[in-house]
Design a protein around this ligand. Sequence first.
Ligand SMILES: [Zn+2]
Length: 523
Amino acid sequence: MTIEGKEIAMELMGEKNNECDSRSEAFFSAVDSDYSMNDMTDDDDNEFHENVDDTAEWLGVDHHKTDVQNKTTEIEKDDSLVMPEDIDVAPDSESDFEIVHESYEEINRSENVVFNPKNMDNPQLKLQMLFSSIKECKLAVTNYSIRQGRPRKFVKQDRLRVRAKCRSEGCHWEIYARKLADEGSVQIKTFEETHTCGFTYDNPLVNSGWVGRKYAEEFRTNPKVNMEHFRKTVMRENKCSFSKKQTYRARHRALKIIHGSESDQYGKLGAYMNEIQKSNPGSSIILKTVDESTSTLTQQQRFQRLYVCFNGVKQEFLDGCRPLIGVDGTFLKGSVGGVLLIAVGFDANNSIYPVAYAIAEGENKESWAWFFKLLKEDLKIERDYELTIMSDKQKGLIQACDLVFPNAAHRFCVKHMHANFSSAGFKGEAIRKALWTAAKATTPAEFSSKMEEMAAIDINAAMWFDDKPPAQWSRAFFSTYPKCDILLNNLCECFNSKIVDAREKPIIEMMELLRLYLMQRMQ
Ligand SMILES: [Zn+2]
């Protein structure tokens, strides 16, 4: 647990005394499993959990209902049967809490107001108001208190009732609702609606979970919403402060609601792969998993990498593309991280031709070597000396390339090389020009003269290229097999720019967006 996580834990321990224990415990497990890796934890999550957790309600109320339905009924006129708040009730114990039996006919229905879920954004609460469930009632109370600018706290909550008080010390605002025995709906039994406290701008109830859920639909209609604009909207509409960090978390929550749990989609990968193979025979869609070494009881498989190369793409590449492949890795923006490795070729029109891609745990020698091996098989690369690989000199890529394609020519993107060159301290227009003219030189003699010009400007600049073979960056020395003098890895840049949206989607949606993009490209 991070230091921040510890602080949260301390806060939660404080909360724990007031709030339902099981909730806090459930939160702890959520911290460990879901969000700790991404630093997504704060008291937000506790509130989120409290408000949206489906498991918060017990389902076993029916047996009480049937037991008591035929017994004598009585109408509760006052709140005398309400539990004192300081007594903790075990979920299964009814010893100190007796369900009050109310006859449907005897309650004057006209005085009751049935809560309309359409008003959830701005609920008007009244004594005797009826809700369909405890969960609905709690959310209405939360939203009500947010509207009022006075945060509530649940001092008692179980499957049968809920009691909320104002968080301000000394304020007597209070609401109590409980399940009616004979119909299952939940009714407000006590409502002390006057606050003696003041409006607060820092409302802890307006957290990423609450905001994410409330604004999920807005993200569905406009996923590219400007985050600063969204943050201001949240603050204006809810009259509260809301940090930038919370805004991004809220967006994450909303997207999670929209796209379903990311982990759920990993579970469906097998079926998805079968479907691809069935509809597109001859395609390579290869999954690599790692064993959970910590668990000896269940050897659960864990996702590590996924490689995709469609049959049509493969065939076309073999039929008409030059033996030149640009490769690149780009970060995925989902909560599980990872990278997308891509291989892009050049078609006869000098347009980009995406060949294959893979999702991997990161850019390293192993992942690149795995990717290259599969690519080598798919593209039937036997004479690797004919192949040119273009890259930005990624981590592990060079070693992997040497391993799988030991005789292939390697080109480095001159734009990236220039960026490194600048970072090394060689700046200025003259030196930049010298580098580019050397890169564009078409004969070794021209290259030498350009390098001499560079040395005349700055001898150290020319020496910087000593460990960078000109065959990797100057046209004068390029391999002639690909019949291509490209200096930039903009094949990959271009492909990456087309798939920006896909990179933040859960895995199957990402795979589908990539597949659709490829389909459109091929048409
Ligand atoms: Zn108050």
